[in-house]
Design a protein around this ligand. Structure first.
Ligand SMILES: Cc1cc2nc3c(=O)[nH]c(=O)nc-3n(C[C@H](O)[C@H](O)[C@H](O)COP(=O)(O)OP(=O)(O)OC[C@H]3O[C@@H](n4cnc5c(N)ncnc54)[C@H](O)[C@@H]3O)c2cc1C
Ligand SMILES: NC(=O)c1ccc[n+]([C@@H]2O[C@H](COP(=O)([O-])OP(=O)(O)OC[C@H]3O[C@@H](n4cnc5c(N)ncnc54)[C@H](OP(=O)(O)O)[C@@H]3O)[C@@H](O)[C@H]2O)c1
Length: 249
């Protein structure tokens, strides 16, 4: 069930937000899936899910995490240093993957990723594969955070802009500070007002859009509601829709 991983790199993005590269072999996984990390704390095993940021085929795993105040595991993960060990589940799992999206006439042309906080991670994993770029005419990442210092992997995200200038659009939403060029409203509000579509230059509609939403559960519920008002409904295996979600808590 658990194998020992060793931290080979740690990056502190701010005093709460950090990423860990861990040397471990978890075998094959699909971009968008998560792995469980675990420790025994006070004789009790605590395991928590973390989305993989690295693409399949890497000889390490990478996670982006926030230390939740009074959380049982995440503050301990933040304390880890290069060379420390951490228990890792033997297999990644999860259904927020591109191969779960509708195919053929239900596929849509535009793929939208809506993320808050650490949930940008699984979308990076997907964008580091060829799949979104081969399957969709446009790929949009909307990345919402409270403050500028909460923006992780910005350099990496800008590389997609350089590599796919016609195909990729990055929209940042920073809600508690001013950042030039970024939205200053929450993601669902920016959909309601039309500001998001105006910024991207694309419409959200059931005929052409596929939307994956990940992160803060209330953001997901509210985004799903505003999208439903536009006719975009949840994707089910038995009934293809346009919206696929993963809640982090
Ligand atoms: C499928 C899945 C993927 C996940 N991927 C990630 C990831 O990539 N990075 C990550 O940091 N977390 C991720 N999480 C959340 C993670 O599993 C833990 O819940 C989180 O690290 C808190 O664990 P804890 O033991 O420290 O806190 P606990 O003692 O379990 O306290 C949990 C409480 O902390 C809050 N909380 C949990 N996660 C977050 C969060 N990310 N941001 C804000 N508040 C939170 C909630 O209020 C929750 O009730 C994911 C969760 C799921 C279900
Ligand atoms: N103490 C600290 O300094 C500190 C700093 C950062 C994080 N944290 C902790 O880390 C955890 C995660 O914080 P986070 O900043 O990564 O995630 P977060 O609280 O989910 O915020 C990320 C983004 O989601 C937005 N959002 C929140 N609720 C929403 C909703 N209902 N609908 C739409 N958008 C919503 C936020 O907007 P708003 O700004 O409008 O809420 C913000 O833009 C929390 O437990 C937090 O307490 C602590």
């Amino acid at each position: 069930m658990w194998i020992e991983g060793r931290v080979i790199e740690k990056r502190d993005w701010n005093d709460k937000l950090f990423s860990l590269k861990i040397s471990v072999d978890i075998g094959h996984f699909t971009a968008g899936q998560f792995i469980k990390l675990s420790q025994v704390v006070d004789d009790k095993r605590i395991g928590r899910a973390y989305s993989l940021v690295n693409p399949p085929g890497s000889d390490y795993i990478e996670v982006l995490a926030v230390a939740v105040e009074e959380g049982l595991l995440s503050p301990n993960l933040q304390e880890l240093k290069v060379g420390d060990t951490i228990d890792v589940a033997t297999k990644a799992t999860g259904f927020m993957t591109l191969d779960e999206l509708p195919k053929e006439e239900h596929r849509g042309k535009h793929l939208w990723f809506l993320a808050t906080g650490t949930a940008v991670g699984p979308f990076i994993s997907m964008m580091d594969t060829s799949e979104p770029w081969l399957s969709y005419e446009k790929v949009v990442l909307v990345y919402g955070v409270r403050k500028i210092e909460d923006l992780a992997y910005l350099e990496h995200l800008k590389q997609y802009e350089a590599s796919y200038p016609e195909q990729f659009k990055l929209v940042l939403s920073v809600t508690r500070e001013e950042l030039r060029g970024a939205l200053s409203t929450r993601i669902p509000d920016a959909i309601i007002s039309g500001e998001l579509e105006a910024k991207v230059g694309l419409k959200l509609s059931p005929e052409i859009s596929q939307v994956m939403i990940c992160g803060n559960p209330e953001m997901i519920t509210q985004s799903q509601q505003v999208l439903q008002d536009r006719g975009l409904v949840k994707n089910l295996r038995r009934a293809p829709g346009q919206v696929t979600v993963e809640r982090y808590w």
